[in-house]
Design a protein around this ligand. Structure first.
Ligand SMILES: Nc1ncnc2c1ncn2[C@@H]1O[C@H](COP(=O)(O)OP(=O)(O)OP(=O)(O)O)[C@@H](O)[C@H]1O
Length: 322
């Protein structure tokens, strides 16, 4: 179990990470989401032991003592994959992955390297020098490398940020299944809502150096605490509550995801289309609704200026007032 207690840290005299506490059970996958600059990387670095922090961090019953006590930063049982991959440019892909594996049993080492290269679909590049790889390929090698000697705790900072969509989905499924199977405890900082929604057991939402909400991803998505949380999961509408409930305070907002609004008949709310964006299975459609912009999903392309009628989710509206 990884326990973080009252962790604070600042690059200047003033703390930026403020009083963070959370626990991750062994083998669980926790995602850390939040707007750019909210402190996700700084938190991972702090846990890894790169900063002099206030507060305490424990792995099981052992307190991690950080850079004051460790000449070489980091802990043996923990790996940290940074956003800059940290590969040796002049070494081959295979040598980068096998760098920290023992040379005592060369065949075993070779087997392990191949297994990891298969996992990240980089076997065919085994002999290529790291400096000749694209950003996405380097990121896949870096992922294989942090797994070479399986860590107990893995800290991942935007692990798929350079990898194209086509490959990312399969790689992500394979990687997170592999980590679950091996019982590796994972904390992954991400901008990508799929990482947070589909693979995490638990999600921590950060804003300006604090954890503002935590919970199961499905709960955070279905009952977003505020517009900031909802926006981390994708497009959303934030509409004045008095549009729907005249007795409501005009400062209160209703949060709705575009897919929750359906095209209806003439009894629905009348809107005028401003734009339509093709999304494969539907068009994300932007329209003018009583002086506000509203986003909804529509199966067909509606033209600019066209009138449409929307059916708003009556049962949801009240519960989404914030
Ligand atoms: N080495 C540093 N020295 C001073 N300030 C820093 C340093 N690294 C980060 N910061 C600042 O700390 C804050 C948090 O940065 P951090 O990289 O942790 O955010 P993040 O949530 O990981 O962002 P992103 O999602 O863009 O990677 C930012 O305001 C950033 O400018």
């Amino acid at each position: 179990m990884l326990r973080v207690r009252n962790l604070s840290f600042g690059y200047t005299g003033k703390p930026f990470l403020r009083n963070l506490s959370f626990t991750i059970e062994k083998g669980k996958n926790v995602s850390l989401i939040g707007a750019s600059g909210c402190g996700k990387s700084t938190l991972l670095q702090s846990i890894y032991g790169l900063h002099h922090v206030d507060g305490k961090i424990f792995w099981n019953d052992n307190q991690l003592l950080g850079p004051n006590f460790n000449l070489v930063p980091g802990e043996d049982f923990m790996k940290y994959l940074t956003q800059d991959f940290d590969l040796m440019p002049s070494l081959s892909v295979a040598d980068n992955v096998g760098k920290y594996l023992s040379n005592m049993y060369p065949r075993k080492k070779q087997q392990r390297v191949n297994e990891l290269l298969d996992l990240v679909e980089m076997r065919e590049f085994a002999r290529v020098k790291a400096r000749l790889l694209s950003g996405g390929q380097q990121q896949r090698v870096a992922l294989a490398r942090v797994l070479a000697k399986p860590p107990e705790v893995l800290l991942l900072d935007e692990p798929f940020s350079h990898i194209d969509h086509f490959r990312k989905n399969k790689l992500r499924r394979n990687l997170f299944s592999h980590l679950k199977e091996k019982g590796i405890t994972v904390l992954v900082a991400t901008h990508d809502s799929t990482d947070a929604l589909s693979f995490a057991d638990h999600t921590l939402v950060m804003k300006k150096g604090r954890i503002i909400v935590r919970g199961k991803p499905e709960d955070l998505y279905r009952e977003p605490k505020n517009a900031y949380v909802a926006s981390l999961f994708g497009e959303m509408n934030e509409l004045p509550a008095d549009l729907f409930f005249p007795e409501e305070n005009a400062r209160h907002k209703v949060i709705l995801y575009p897919h929750e609004i359906k095209a209806g008949d003439k009894n629905g709310k009348k809107v005028v289309v401003k734009n339509a964006f093709f999304k494969g299975s539907h068009f994300l459609t932007e329209a003018e609704f009583e002086g506000h912009s509203i986003l909804f999903e529509h199966p067909e392309k509606l033209e600019k200026g066209e009138t449409a009628f929307l059916e708003l989710p009556k049962d949801l509206l009240k519960s989404r007032i914030r």
